[in-house]
Ligand binder design. Structure first.
Ligand code: G16
Length: 543
């Protein structure tokens, strides 16, 4: 067995986005493309000799090939051990759990999240640090810098590891341990939630459906929901992870999780429905004919956290990404705890959790999580809700109505325009920026504009500054219109428009969000010329 040094040349565009490097599979399949990025990562993360690396992915097309390359490069670069999920599978939160539990140096997670999978679709890779969280910007920037002057990489020349067999193997002097991808994660969940109470709930009248969308949470849902919690077989649907996610788009929202939505809005709907995404970190929660926005979900969890054993002593603080609605802020104020507003991207929560400043975090993009790991966690959120439902013994709708009664309702919606020409998308944001000085003090959608800005964030823990994180129009009454370009797409640009309006009067809490926000939607278009510039007369996705 030999360790080879392979000559290579830099590829353009290997800058990690909101959540790692995401490109078409065909881009990753170019000779040296993946290896360059992996070597640049290894060159940028410090001294890991003698340490452990965790590797796993969401099972999408090219997962297995990528893992074989990474394991051989880890051996050649001096890691002592690689922990890899059986079949190459580790959900993103499970990878975070394994990194933390076994005190690994870090991990490489292979996923393009909810983006479709298959030979012509997407692939992705990201590096997570020893805390289990996504590498902070300083590290991702260092990796990017390295990709632009890389000249060689190191790789062991040896046969592939059998990823389907659990056990410990030797590869070029390095130990490779193939682990069950679910066990450690399931143990962690049992330490946080009242499984007896949830089991009792599921044994009664209550019924639920969990849609794994042919992606990574299938085995996790089967083991935890149908196995340990003894829900009826068939509760977890689309449970077999497929390399192409069954040709679907495993993004748990009202558009792409339509199979689940149809069940929850159909006749004899179950009391609870949930879905997770490609890599298991996102979640959508539904009641019988009822959709819980991710922003409200975070707020309800924060308000009910002490009902859950793992959080019974209270939460230290809450954090939400800037475009997420301010519903959680109101709960934090009532609890007398801090609420932090960070840029989009789970990596921004890491420092706050490590410093003990926040326990719960959430994003409008169907992400919620806590300091039990350093990723958002889809199945954890589902279990959190089940624990609340088991204790309160009320419907999802009744819990939300009660919540709005107490805190008021933040009407909220996100409109996405996908696959827009990049220059046109930039112009949409620029059109709003051009009015930053003239808009404040004027009225829009019947509301007085207080201020406009490009959101910037100073990390309260390490002082790092992140600029240009979204164009904001902030109104005197707390309403907001925000424009942002997605950092996770792989073709063209995606414009996201976030709309929020607060309603204190409980007589007005029963509206459909699109109706409640109709004047803001019209105003957002008028001010940015969004539809004209994008050539679209309506959003691709509304959540
Ligand atoms: C990633 C990030 C999230 C972010 C989401 C959407 O999620 O981890 O923090 O909110 O993308 O980002 P953008 O609006 O830039 O597309 P995931 O589930 O794709 O890893």
């Amino acid at each position: 067995m030999s360790l080879n040094t392979i000559s290579t040349q830099p590829f353009d565009g290997q800058r990690p986005g909101t959540s790692g490097l995401r490109k078409k599979v065909k881009v990753f399949q170019q000779p040296h493309y993946l290896a360059n990025f992996v070597q640049a990562t290894f060159d940028s993360i410090g001294d890991f000799s003698g340490q452990t690396l965790v590797v796993g992915g969401d099972g999408r097309y090219f997962n297995r090939e990528a893992i074989q390359i990474i394991i051989k490069m880890a051996a050649a670069n001096g890691f002592a051990k690689v922990l890899v999920g059986q079949g190459g599978i580790l959900s993103t939160p499970a990878a975070s759990c394994v990194i933390r539990k076994y005190k690994a140096f870090g991990g490489l997670i292979l996923s393009a999240s909810h983006n479709p999978a298959g030979p012509d679709e997407d692939f992705g890779i990201k590096y997570n640090i020893g805390s289990g969280g996504p590498a902070p910007e300083a590290v991702t920037e260092a990796i990017f810098e390295r990709t632009s002057d890389i000249s060689h990489y190191l790789i062991a020349q040896c046969p592939d590891i059998d990823l389907d067999k659990q056990g410990s193997f030797e590869l070029a002097g390095m130990q490779v341990e193939v682990i069950d991808p679910v066990t450690d994660y399931a143990d962690l969940m049992q330490s946080l939630f009242d499984f007896d109470a949830i089991r009792e709930l599921l044994a009664g009248e209550f019924s639920m459906v969990f849609d794994a969308m042919h992606a990574v949470t299938g085995p996790y849902g089967k083991t935890i929901i149908e196995g340990i919690l003894q829900a009826p077989v068939g509760t977890v649907i689309n449970a077999e992870p497929k390399e192409d996610f069954g040709g679907g788009h495993p993004d748990p929202n009202l558009t792409y999780a339509h199979e689940l939505v149809d069940i929850l809005y159909g006749d004899n709907a179950p009391a609870f429905g949930a879905a997770s995404d490609g890599d298991g970190d996102r979640n959508m929660v539904l009641g019988d004919h009822f959709f819980v926005t991710p922003s409200d979900s975070l707020a309800v969890m924060a308000a009910n956290a002490t009902l859950v054993p793992g959080y019974k002593d209270g939460i230290s603080g809450v954090a939400r990404s800037m475009p997420t609605s301010a519903a959680a802020d109101r709960v934090a104020a009532a609890l007398g705890i801090d609420c932090f507003e960070t840029p989009t991207g789970w990596k921004f929560f890491g420092n706050l959790m490590d410093a003990g400043r926040v326990t719960l975090c959430g994003e409008e993009s169907f992400g919620t999580g806590s300091d039990h790991v350093r990723e958002k966690d889809g199945l954890w959120a589902v279990l959190f809700w089940l624990n609340i439902l088991a204790v309160r013994k009320e419907s999802v709708a009744s819990i939300l109505n009660d919540h709005w009664q107490r805190f008021g309702r933040n009407y909220y919606s996100r409109h996405d325009y996908e696959g827009v020409d990049s220059a046109a998308a930039e112009q949409v944001l620029q059109n709003v920026r051009d009015q930053f000085t003239t808009l404040p003090g004027t009225e829009l959608a019947g509301r007085l504009i207080k201020t406009c800005d490009d959101f910037a964030y100073t990390d309260p823990v390490d002082g790092s500054i992140s600029k240009n994180q979204g164009v904001r129009i902030l109104f005197e009454d707390g309403s907001r219109i925000i424009f942002r370009l997605s950092g996770t797409g792989t073709s063209g640009a995606t414009i996201r428009v976030y709309l929020e309006s607060y309603e204190a009067d409980s007589d007005k809490h029963g509206l459909d969000a699109q109706d409640a926000l109709a004047d803001m939607i019209t105003a957002a278009d008028a001010i940015s010329k969004l539809r004209q510039l994008s050539g679209r007369d309506k959003p691709t996705v509304i959540t």
